[in-house]
Design a protein. Structure first.
Length: 467
């Protein structure tokens, strides 16, 4: 038994949400539609008009977060609340809402951690090609400037793009990928969009440092290590390929301003390398994140590719893989959630160690959590021991990673409050706070404290000593 190091005194205990999943009021007070508001709603799931109605109930919600003892609240700013068309006129009501939200956090000494872009491209910009259009770099930088100007006096922690790697690898599932008509090389197109995001976030980071010297800014990709199926050397090579494609491509670019060589070589072979505009190389090199924010849900496994084309690069599960690079395999050692997501707390420590040894930057966990069909009992309780167990095991691994001398800034699991999942509706709940509504029946919308609420309160009060 080793002696564990304690969590740092200023550790940012909190939780996360995103605007389009939690706010509702999707077209209220001048907000323009985002790609999420105009996309086809997945069958059997709610639309995004009301969500958790956080837009109207944020005061009550933040009071509950304060009751849990939150040190931080990570939320995203809806681009189309600030700029209904994505560019052009600023909507004063949008600025007002986020001013109020931020001030409400500060009232309780809750540090606002702002994600600038969480899957919600303005529909008007989607019409103009979204990330496919080189102008997207300017659109995003213009938006970020408005955020820094308006909120930079109070917001000290910024995150650029949520899960850029998932947008690139599984954009259509999230409802955000636009492939222009007549495109003949889809892979090149996707990595060109990814390149625009890289340049956009690099410029936003540089601008943040220039405008707000005391603020800290970082990315928020979804990072988790991929294991080789066996100690066959070929499986290790396959795992390196998969890790490069899923994880390191993004972090290498954010931190070192360089493309990962394994991914670049693969793109070259596919005639799919992104085009650099003049100056892009410098822009990427000059951006230096202050920390690495990352979301962690589940690891995956792969083995040597059998050479055939399979369904894609992200989920290294059975029947997935990238011809010549790796094939996905199921992990026989892990249990899954009700929604089939593997649970791997030890892999969390492994991921933290790996990130730290590659980049040596402090890390902020921006998401982690368990989606489940929670039930509200007649006496207004939600018994969610499965969530407590999940979070406890993951927090234990953070402490082990801290004991390994990895620098950890905070833990903001998904999600502070129940909200709408990316494609599995309202009934896939993640929150500490239960929202009384169903998929289609809005019921009372009242808030209830789950068992995990009281547990997390104790964890925070003891700075992680009592799990
Ligand atoms: C992350 C996203 O991928 O995972 C969140 O940043 C998302 O937006 C969360 O909600 C959980 O995924 P899902 O599909 O269960 O909602």
């Amino acid at each position: 038994h080793k002696t564990l190091k304690s969590f740092p005194d200023n550790f940012l205990w909190g939780a996360s949400t995103s605007a389009y999943q939690v706010e509702g009021a999707s077209l209220e007070d001048g907000k323009g539609p985002s790609c999420q508001d105009v996309k086809e709603v997945p069958e059997g799931t709610s639309d995004l008009k009301v969500c958790a109605d956080h837009y109207h109930r944020y005061k009550e919600d933040i009071a509950l977060m304060a009751e849990m003892g939150f040190k931080a609240y990570r939320f995203s700013i809806a681009w189309t609340r600030i700029l209904p068309e994505g560019t052009g006129e600023v909507n004063p009501k949008g600025i007002e809402f986020y001013n109020n939200l931020i001030d409400e956090c500060l009232k309780y000494n809750i540090e606002p951690i702002v994600t600038m872009f969480h899957f919600d491209m303005p529909a008007a910009l989607d019409q103009r090609g979204s990330w496919s259009n080189r102008d997207s770099v300017d659109w995003f930088v213009n938006f970020s400037k408005i955020l820094f100007e308006n909120f930079g006096d109070r917001v000290k922690y910024w995150l650029t793009i949520n899960e850029q790697n998932m947008l690139t690898l599984v954009g259509p599932v999230i409802g955000t990928m636009t492939i222009p008509e007549g495109c003949t090389n889809e892979l090149k197109e996707i990595y060109q969009q990814n390149h625009h995001m890289l340049v956009a976030q690099a410029k936003a980071m540089a601008l943040c440092h220039e405008m707000l010297p005391d603020a800290k800014i970082g990315p928020a990709p979804n990072i988790s290590i991929i294991y080789p199926e066996s100690c066959r050397p070929e499986d290790t090579i396959a795992a390196q390929n998969a890790n490069a494609m899923r994880n390191w491509l993004y972090l290498d670019a954010y931190v070192y301003g360089k493309y990962n060589n394994l991914v670049w070589a693969w793109l070259e072979e596919k005639d799919a390398c992104p085009e650099f505009a003049p100056g892009d190389e410098e822009i990427l090199k000059n951006a230096h994140p202050d920390f690495i924010g990352f979301n962690y849900y589940n690891t995956s496994v792969c083995k040597e590719s059998d050479g055939t084309e399979k369904g894609g690069a992200v989920s290294q599960q059975e029947n997935s893989g990238e011809a010549g690079l790796f094939d996905g395999v199921k992990n026989p050692y892990l249990k899954t959630t009700e929604f089939g997501w593997e649970i791997d707390p030890v892999g969390f420590r492994g991921t933290i160690r790996e990130i730290y040894s590659r980049y040596h930057l402090p890390m902020l966990v921006t998401e982690n959590g368990l989606g489940a069909y929670d039930k509200l009992t007649e006496d207004g309780k939600v018994h969610d021991p499965y969530r407590i167990e999940y979070l406890r095991k993951h927090i234990e691994q953070i402490q082990l990673a801290i004991t390994d001398d990895c620098e950890m800034m905070g833990y903001c699991p998904w999600s502070a409050i129940d909200l709408i999942s990316t494609h599995e509706g309202m009934v896939k709940r993640y929150g500490f706070i239960y929202v009384d509504r169903d998929e289609f029946d809005l019921k009372t919308m009242d808030r209830y404290r789950k068992d995990s609420f009281y547990w997390y309160k104790k964890v925070i009060a003891t700075n992680g000593a009592d799990l």
